[in-house]
Design a protein around this ligand. Structure first.
Ligand code: ZN
Length: 259
């Protein structure tokens, strides 16, 4: 008899502002980008999915919600500065304890990504008519499953190097754009016990989150980021498990030191 593994509990977070301000974005994502992403994830039986947005109390990321989140996805752009430092600190702690984090597109400049990377996270960009070709440079990686050698997004915002990130633990995608630039568009890091994945595509005025390969990457990355652990490091001053051999010299120093 096989047991059914517990479902991966995903919280899809978005600032949900462009959709209210720009009719072009609202037409692409009538319920918001977070609902479009959540709907994709909800098609998979191994996920339970909820959403959270900036304008909810505590940005929808209360302790109760974070307690029930195995993997958090993050999309922000206009309002990075409105995300409270207290919520960022809580999310950072959860990641270090083992919660997975998927940072999408302009989330590269979010407080939480910068805090976990410890770097500028800056890049160059152009919003025009570039095509993006994402080369899969690590085809055996779980995040690349089902993709082939590369895939293309017909129109996307360009992000170019240099990207101000620490050297990734693993690089999954490198993008090429029609204008000639390249970018490390899919990269992973481990921070504490938490798995972090940055995924570049997702500019709000293009239908990127309706693109099947982009959806596949997000699904794959949520599965990959799920660690199944939540480890609180308390760092106690430990008593030895067994009697330690007596070092007369050290004992002498200790006595002198405490006199
Ligand atoms: Zn953008």
């Amino acid at each position: 008899m096989s047991t059914i593994p517990p479902k991966i509990r995903v919280t899809v977070w978005s600032e949900f502002r462009h959709e209210k301000l720009n009719p072009k974005v609202a037409a692409l994502y009538p319920q918001g980008m977070h609902q479009a992403i959540a709907a994709v994830l909800a098609q998979h039986a191994d996920f339970t999915v909820r959403t959270a947005t900036l304008d909810e109390p505590e940005h929808g990321l209360t302790d109760a919600v974070l307690d029930e989140t195995d993997v958090l996805t993050w999309w922000g752009h206009l309002a990075h500065g409105e995300v409270s430092d207290a919520v960022v600190a809580k999310v950072r702690t959860r990641v270090l304890e083992g919660m997975g984090l998927i940072v999408l597109h302009s989330g590269h400049f979010s407080k939480i990504f910068k805090a976990l990377m410890g770097d500028t996270c800056s890049l160059s960009w152009r919003e025009s008519t570039d095509k993006e070709r994402l080369w899969v440079v690590n085809r055996a990686h779980p995040i690349a499953q089902g993709l082939g050698a590369y895939f293309e997004i017909p129109i996307e915002e360009m992000y170019g190097e240099p990207f101000g990130i620490p050297t990734p633990d693993e690089l999954i995608f490198i993008s090429w754009f029609t204008g000639g630039e390249v970018f490390r568009s899919g990269a992973t890091w481990r921070r504490g016990h938490g798995n972090i994945f940055y995924f570049r595509p997702g500019h709000e005025t293009y239908p990127t989150y309706h693109h099947p390969q982009v959806q596949q990457v997000i699904v794959n990355s949520v599965r990959w980021a799920h660690s199944g652990v939540r480890i609180k490091e308390t760092g106690p001053n430990l008593l030895p498990l067994e009697p330690l051999p007596v070092d007369p010299e050290a004992a002498g120093r200790s006595i002198i030191g405490h006199r």
